[in-house]
Ligand binder design. Structure first.
Ligand SMILES: Cc1cc2nc3c(=O)[nH]c(=O)nc-3n(C[C@H](O)[C@H](O)[C@H](O)COP(=O)(O)O)c2cc1C
Length: 424
């Protein structure tokens, strides 16, 4: 199986930073480096950074401050040697040439270990980007499709090995290996070529993390890794089958797309102790932030709502924002109040939380992979460093022992770790 570390440096649990022994801080670069190296020592495929473009004092503690993930990757590129480095960037609030260039630069700097998590950005960022409006979901995905085509086109500006450097003949570069893009589309006009050459993995790996209908379509056309939030095995299998079918229909090889649901592991010596640990985390959850966090995660204004009333029937929103649908389904199935749903959101934002012994967590992961529900997992520790160290030092060796996970890197690039072909 494939493993990613989703590094949210005040912990994924909104109260993770309050857990005894926890260290925190999205600007605590020493902690981030230490955790990336821990993931590398455990032979993880990649370390992954999310991003949001607007903030608030009431946001999830890991999301109040957010250093630019591309800048963080540049630093990690020289602090690590083998692990893949993935960052989120928005197709709604970026410029394709600038982003293609930054990612290609990180890919070179890291010697073929970069990945881009393509997101369309649910939260309205217009106020920070001199825009007058935030496009609705379906248009965001139309923009994203063209954006990704431009980025891929730019990355293919150069054939491999364009440098000649013939001092005698005075030939520095083979001009035949340079191609203009000349993209003239609806949203973007980009001439190219890109002024950065290809890395040892060809170009960065493309990750896609939206699960609505248009999100899956974009993922099926371009995604090489699909991040998703799945609560239960049946829903995860259905998503997996549906996604791989769409990959086939898009004319691509389904084995070249890796589906990695998020998973928050709570490891302890006994199952009861693990449940207690989760209860301790829940007891630290700040109730005063419930309205804000629910409004953000459901993308619906819930300020003033009665937290102890049942979760209201909300519309699915423009184009079907998938996280809202997922959380509403959990609420319906478990007949939750808004406060109870808030505890779900505060712990893992809709991702599965698995409590148990290291053995039990390894069993769970193996079961999902064997059942055709996942190709691996994006690990979301509740807190750092212990929440990750316990997983890396106790669960990973069991998976290695069982032959479910590599004991050492067999490749030097992220494409190599993931078993992905190099784009021609
Ligand atoms: C593991 C994971 C991580 C994500 N990280 C981000 C992120 O950092 N920033 C962001 O804007 N969206 C992120 N997303 C994607 C949003 O949740 C996505 O835009 C949202 O699901 C809306 O798209 P959809 O309606 O197509 O699902 C992430 C999704 C997953 C599953």
């Amino acid at each position: 199986m494939h493993l990613g570390l989703f590094l949210l440096a005040a912990g994924h649990h909104a109260a993770g930073w309050r857990f005894p022994g926890a260290e925190s801080g999205t600007e605590n670069f020493e902690l981030i480096t230490r955790m990336a190296r821990e993931a590398e020592a455990a032979k993880f495929d990649m370390v992954f950074f999310g991003d949001r473009l607007v903030t608030s004092k009431d946001a999830h503690p890991s999301m109040i401050t957010r250093p630019d993930p591309l800048v963080v990757l540049s630093a990690l590129a020289v602090q690590t040697r083998r692990i893949g480095l993935a960052a989120t960037a928005s197709t709604t609030y970026s410029d394709p040439f600038t982003l293609a260039r930054s990612l290609a630069s990180i890919d070179l700097l890291s010697q073929g270990r970069a990945a881009w998590n393509i997101v369309t950005t649910v939260q309205d960022g217009s106020g920070n980007f001199s825009r007058t409006l935030h496009p609705e979901s379906s248009e965001r995905y139309t923009i994203a499709e063209e954006f990704v085509q431009v980025v891929k086109g730019l990355w293919r500006s150069w054939d491999a090995d364009p440098y000649v450097r013939d001092k005698e003949a005075g030939v520095y570069i083979d001009a035949a290996k340079l191609h203009e893009l000349n993209h003239a589309g609806h949203y973007f006009q980009v001439k190219g070529p890109l002024n950065v050459t290809r890395s040892s993995q060809g170009e960065p790996v493309l990750i896609q993390a939206g699960s609505s209908g248009p999100g899956q379509k974009l993922g099926a056309r371009h995604g090489e890794v699909i991040f998703t939030a799945q609560q239960d095995l049946a829903a995860a299998r259905e998503f997996y089958g549906q996604l791989k079918r769409q990959v086939g229909e898009a004319g691509r090889d389904p084995s070249q797309v890796k589906v990695m649901p998020g998973l928050m592991p709570i490891v302890a010596r006994t199952a009861a102790e693990a449940r207690d640990k989760l209860a301790t985390l829940q007891s630290f959850t700040d109730q005063s932030k419930a309205h804000h966090m629910l409004s953000v995660e459901l993308d619906f204004d819930l300020s003033g709502a009665d937290l102890d009333a049942p979760v209201p029937d909300l519309p699915l929103g423009d184009g079907g924002f998938s996280r809202r649908g997922l959380l509403l389904r959990i609420a319906k199935e478990q007949r939750l109040t808004l406060r109870e749903l808030y505890h779900h959101v505060a712990s893992s934002r809709g991702h599965q939380v698995v409590t148990g012994t290291a053995e039990q967590i390894a069993d769970h992961m193996q079961h999902w992979v064997d059942a055709g529900a996942a190709d691996g997992f994006n690990i979301m520790p509740a807190c750092f460093p212990s929440g990750f160290e316990e997983f890396a030092r106790e669960v990973v060796p069991i998976l290695q022992e069982r032959g479910q996970f590599r004991r050492d890197y067999a490749a030097s690039t992220l494409r190599g770790h993931l078993g992905l072909a190099q784009p021609v």
